[in-house]
Design a binder for this molecule. Structure first.
Ligand SMILES: Nc1ncnc2c1ncn2[C@@H]1O[C@H](COP(=O)(O)OP(=O)(O)OP(=O)(O)O)[C@@H](O)[C@H]1O
Ligand SMILES: [Mg+2]
Length: 254
């Protein structure tokens, strides 16, 4: 089977900064990849390139066998390649269910349902899948806790019925209790929909419970790729995080 997503020799510079450099990656259908690397490594930029929010200076992005490198973000989302954001950005003055319902009017979501009448149900179901139930379903997004806002963001992605979902720090800002809810939630989505996932995350303890494979970035480049064990035992990776002598970083943060 060809990869569902393939990045070939991607490059992106911002003035003097090389944010993404000669980046290659093949993602198989149903895989869960953890994308890690120190702050400023280029992880979010890579998501921005994949989802069309930024255009690469050079390189190619193939999704389901099609070249999507020059497509606009909404076209890419309509093909089933969907993302969430590092900073959650709900429509604050809309209800949680309205935030999700907006996505039901995308071309992809419209194609997947029969008529307008099932929009509220579809939005309700997506919220339920991420553990948002009444009364929270009908609360203004701005009144939801940060943990709920993160899950609302995922529900907004889910109504597009993605084939590949890119999560940018889904555990960002979550406390221990909320993180412990997020882990099984992501595992359940993967299991139920055979979703392909790429997850950027700094919280290694949570990520290592979910990811089958880790890809490590530093200064825009891929410096390692392999199982969680291979990568976290790689001295290059530990050095990237802590400089020389950082060899037991991951052992201490398990
Ligand atoms: N729009 C932009 N304009 C200029 N520089 C940018 C822009 N976006 C990102 N950068 C720079 O590109 C580099 C990579 O940033 P990016 O946000 O991709 O890192 P990251 O790995 O997601 O970091 P973090 O873990 O802190 O979220 C950084 O040096 C950043 O300052
Ligand atoms: Mg980032």
């Amino acid at each position: 089977m060809p990869p569902i997503l393939e990045l070939k020799e991607l490059n992106k510079r911002f003035g003097g900064i090389t944010a993404v450099k000669d980046f290659n990656l093949q993602v198989e259908k149903g895989q869960i990849i953890g994308l890690i690397g120190p702050n400023g490594a280029g992880k979010t930029t890579l998501f921005n390139l994949i989802t069309g929010f930024l255009k690469p200076d050079s390189g190619t992005i193939m999704f389901k066998g099609k070249n999507i490198t020059k497509l606009k973000p909404h076209k890419i989302a309509n093909m089933g390649l969907v993302r969430t954001f590092q900073l959650v950005k709900p429509f604050k003055r809309m209800l949680a269910i309205e935030n999700v319902a907006v996505g039901c009017y995308s071309d992809r979501s419209k194609k997947k349902r029969k008529d307008r009448d099932d929009v509220p149900q579809k939005a309700f179901d997506a919220l339920q899948r991420v553990g948002i139930n009444p009364p929270n379903t009908f609360k203004l997004a701005m009144t939801l806790s940060h943990g709920y806002s993160r899950r609302l963001d995922i529900a907004r992605a889910l109504v597009l019925e993605p084939d590949v979902l890119l999560l940018d720090e889904p555990f960002g800002g979550l406390g221990a209790k909320e993180s412990n809810l997020m882990t099984p939630l992501i595992q359940k989505l993967h299991r139920e929909d055979n979703l392909t996932l790429i997850i950027i995350e700094h919280k290694m303890r949570q990520l290592m419970k979910i990811a089958e494979k880790l890809v490590v970035m530093q200064f825009g480049e891929k410096i390692a790729e392999g199982t969680c064990r291979e990568v976290t035992e790689d001295p290059k990776v530990c050095e990237a995080y802590l400089g020389k002598g950082g060899h037991d970083y991951f052992a201490r943060n398990k």
